[in-house]
Design a binder for this molecule. Structure first.
Ligand SMILES: *Cc1c(COP(=O)(O)O)cnc(C)c1O
Length: 434
């Protein structure tokens, strides 16, 4: 509801005069669902308060980082202590070393890791590293997977399999997109054809192991297994973009889940972000020593950053990772996320609305339809109008879901069973209007 005294409306009007679209990242503008974005004033635990002082149960969690909820006391204390010692030095610190060691202990596929400031930067650097390490230019990505906004990644599929991609953004020269081969997620046949025709030119295959930027779409075990085999066979590197799934679906990321199903499985390079910064600008990419040694100053692949390994961001990330490393953390988180999805399912069924959903750890997705999509094309076919009605029905009942059908949702350790029950009760009402 937009009341005349609504401060969200007033702030959004003001913001649109000085910030393009009134936001600093497009999805925040509510373009997909319509209406006025909420300007957030503060957050604590599982809740956020907007500029009108209205409280919401938060299922975005800053789009993934806030796995402990907002303002976890141990994290706040670590950040406060770090602040007093200075904001940035541009020189190495013991804390960034501790964070690197902690990450490597949780994800054994990596021997070395480099810290950066955003997922975009990490993914972009991982591709440069893969190209430098293999001496090849082309790479594979999948439709619906997002790896940040580097030029070569803002690309959609070309007209035929053997053709390379076209830019999806103005400002990206077609020549840049020509090295990117965009394939359909979970389509083994297409993957095999692509390697058969282009295999010797492919530096890497980059994928989200669970597609979280097309709502929630799992890569099948058979698909991941084939990706691994074909990369090995053709001398290409397998890059897992775990910016969203890393330390979110399990302590060891999605790769630990696939490694249980595929003996010996490991990606060559892992891209991380979101949870490892605990809400501060921090991301990373890492891999086996032989690959990582191509990076400057050891090797010829250049990569750098003024604020990389920032002492305050690393304090925040390290405190966050220490909390998620506690015994039973992911079991408890998974139980709550599953309870939410099954509760939503029941609410939808009671209202006669088709519904399906899936979750892993603290990451989830749902569709207002009977069956889960397997790729981006199927996600695009799902009913956006009904989703938008449900989204606003929930927002009006003070539950803040992702404002677009193409986004995953996030449950934090701060969500209580009561929060989940309140959300399910709100959904029972909201589904009546869908
Ligand atoms: C969020 C995200 C990115 C980009 O990270 P930023 O920090 O927003 O640049 C890259 N890959 C995946 C899978 C993501 O979810």
């Amino acid at each position: 509801m937009n009341l005349p005294s609504d401060r969200n409306v007033a702030l959004f009007d003001r913001a649109q005069k000085v910030i393009p679209g009134g936001v600093n990242s497009p999805v925040r503008a509510f373009r997909a669902v319509g209406g006025t974005p909420r300007f957030i004033q503060r957050a604590q635990g599982a809740y956020m308060w907007d500029a009108n002082g209205q409280r919401y149960i938060d299922y975005i969690g800053s789009w993934g980082p806030m796995i402990l909820g907002h303002g976890h006391p141990a994290v706040v204390e670590a950040v406060q202590r770090a602040l007093l010692d200075g904001f940035s030095y541009g020189a190495p610190t013991e804390r960034e070393l501790e964070l690197a060691e902690h990450i490597l202990a949780l994800m054994p596929s990596m021997d070395m890791v480099r810290l950066v400031s955003s997922g975009t930067e990490a993914a972009m650097s991982a591709i440069r590293l893969a190209r430098g390490a293999t001496g090849r230019s082309k790479f594979i990505k999948f439709e619906g997977c997002y790896h940040g906004h580097a030029d070569s990644l803002l690309v959609r599929a070309g007209s035929g399999l053997a053709t390379f991609g076209h830019p999806t953004s103005a400002g990206v020269p077609p020549e840049v997109a020509q090295h990117t081969l965009v394939l359909e997620y979970n389509n083994i046949e297409q993957l095999e054809q692509a390697f058969a025709t282009q295999g010797s030119h492919i530096a890497c295959l980059m994928m989200e192991p669970i597609g979280g930027n097309m709502n929630f779409v799992r890569a099948s075990v058979a698909f991941v297994k084939r990706c691994r085999e074909l990369c090995t066979q053709h001398g290409a590197l397998l890059v897992f973009d775990e910016v969203m799934t890393g330390f979110r679906v399990a302590a060891g990321g999605a790769q630990s889940i696939y490694a249980r199903a595929i003996p010996g499985f490991a990606p060559d390079i892992t891209v991380m972000g979101k949870v490892i910064g605990g809400g501060m600008p921090l991301a990373a990419f890492g891999g086996k020593r032989a690959v990582m040694e191509h990076l400057a100053p050891l090797g010829p692949v250049y990569q750098a950053g003024t604020l990389s390994g920032n002492p305050v961001a690393t304090a925040c990330g390290l405190a966050t990772l220490r909390e998620v490393s506690r015994t039973g953390f992911y079991e408890d988180l998974s139980r709550k996320t599953r309870a939410l999805i099954s509760g939503l399912k029941q609410s939808a069924a009671a209202a006669g609305v088709p519904f399906c959903g899936d979750s892993e750890g603290g990451m989830m997705g749902f569709f207002i339809q009977a069956t889960l999509p397997q790729n981006y094309r199927q996600v695009m076919q799902s009913d956006g109008k009904r989703f938008n009605q449900f989204f606003h029905g929930m927002l009006n009942r003070n539950v803040y879901l992702a404002p677009a059908l193409f986004e995953a949702g996030f449950v934090s350790a701060a969500h209580t069973d009561q929060d989940i029950a309140d959300t399910v009760a709100a959904a029972a009402e909201a589904f009546q209007g869908v």
